[in-house]
Design a protein around this ligand. Structure first.
Ligand code: JFZ
Length: 405
């Protein structure tokens, strides 16, 4: 049609996402004040709604340094970041004109903390994703409120008012031109009730390059398996595992059950080997300080990702498990096979049954050429039956050694 751009294909829009492999999720909200579950704590009755909302008075953002956040996220090796612009509690991090339940009007922070983060993240070259809860347990025209307590059922007028509000806030977010939308809370209504298709159309009209997660009732672009390590490859070309560092999304000082850097690297490698991304969550304090344990994890990850760039970004899922006792991935052009060695090998690595000729093997991050020993090579072929690779101790990584071949 004349004067109309052809819509970008899904593959074009998701190309950067497919290559990104690591993103950092940020759950920042008033729940960090008491260090309790985001939104769910009042929904499930662990705290009254009014007491939950008293946390507004403690959200100061006094030490909030969005440039530092962005630097740290970049340093971790992440290519994108997703921030909670509004969780189920309805408290917006930006200066929304559709409700005064936002950190500008209702907290001592007294300012929009979202705009500055988006700007800082973009200047670090990070793609920016906005998390937005479709359901809003604070809005007087939203039907569900506390568990077992409903405001109304079947009131088309009130739902229409809520829909107008929801589209208003979503339209405000489109002004950021997000690279990604991360919807949540879709399970309480149907696609038709949310007007999920209209939401999708609006987002793509405003930002034709944007991508949308799966929690938009079937109108998303990629799958979002949550927590629990994906045991098998998700049935989707594009996916992202989102995961906490401890057991909480937001800041909870009592939760000290952090995974080690080594564990997180192995989970990242698990995702990479299956062609997906890891979206790793941090939960800053109400004053904007990122807890030290989380900083240490981001930096620890950064040490490993920085050393192994070629074996992370732009890679594709690896070969079937039967060939190698560990995780593998392939380069985009499928000429390089990466082996992730997540324990100290007690002898040479064994790769079996490859159908390709192996020219050389080396250690990613320091380039050391490795000795290979082919056993069982067929007389009429260059293809090895059993291929042994020696990985001397002094070239091994403290966490996961990566061999390229
Ligand atoms: C949602 C939120 O309710 C939660 O507070 C947090 O923000 C998390 C990232 O997302 O929780 C979900 C959503 C979907 C599933 C599980 C928890 N799910 O599909 O299994």
């Amino acid at each position: 049609m004349v004067g109309q751009e052809k819509e970008l294909s899904k593959d074009q829009r998701l190309a950067w996402f497919k290559d990104a492999k690591l993103g950092i999720f940020i759950h920042w909200g008033i729940y960090a004040v008491n260090g309790i579950d985001e939104s769910w704590s009042f929904h499930n009755g662990y705290i009254s709604y009014d007491d939950y909302m008293k946390q507004l008075d403690g959200f100061t953002a006094t030490n909030y340094n969005p440039e530092y956040w962005a630097e740290l996220i970049k340093e971790s090796g992440a290519k994108y970041t997703v921030i909670t612009t509004k969780h189920h509690d309805g408290v917006a991090l930006w200066d929304t004109k559709y409700s005064d339940l936002n950190v500008v009007d209702k907290t001592p922070a007294k300012r929009d903390v979202l705009t500055s983060f988006v700007k800082a993240a973009r200047s670090e070259g990070l793609k920016v994703g906005l998390y937005y809860s479709l359901l809003d347990w604070s809005h007087p025209d939203y039907p569900n409120f506390l568990r077992d307590k409903k405001r109304y059922t079947d009131d088309a007028k009130r739902w229409a008012k809520f829909t107008k509000f929801n589209f208003g806030q979503i339209e405000e977010l489109t002004k950021f031109n997000p690279d990604l939308y991360w919807f949540d809370g879709d399970w309480e209504q149907s696609a038709e009730t949310w007007k999920a298709k209209e939401i999708r159309d609006l987002l793509l009209e405003k930002t034709p390059t944007t991508i949308i997660n799966s929690r938009l009732q079937g109108y998303g672009d990629y799958a979002t398996p949550e927590q629990g390590i994906p045991i098998t490859k998700p049935d989707s070309k594009y996916w992202e595992l989102c995961m906490t560092m401890n057991n909480s999304w937001g800041y909870q000082p009592n939760d000290t059950n952090y995974k080690s850097v080594n564990q997180i690297i192995r989970i990242l490698v698990d995702c990479i080997s299956m062609g997906g991304n890891l979206l790793l969550d941090i939960g800053p304090k109400p004053d904007g300080i990122i807890p030290q344990e989380q900083i240490d994890i981001l930096k620890g990850l950064g040490r490993w990702t920085n050393k192994h760039k070629s074996a992370i970004y732009g890679t594709r899922a690896g070969i079937p498990f039967g060939h190698f006792n560990g995780y593998t991935a392939l380069s985009k052009d499928k000429t390089i096979l990466y082996l992730y060695v997540d324990n100290k090998p007690n002898g040479p690595l064994l790769i079996k049954g490859l159908k390709n000729k192996v020219n050389r093997a080396w250690v990613v991050g320091n380039g050391t050429k490795l000795k290979t020993n082919v056993v069982g090579k067929l007389y009429w072929s260059d293809v090895p039956g059993l291929l042994y690779i020696d990985v001397p101790e002094d070239v091994q990584d403290q966490d996961v050694t990566v061999i390229a071949m």
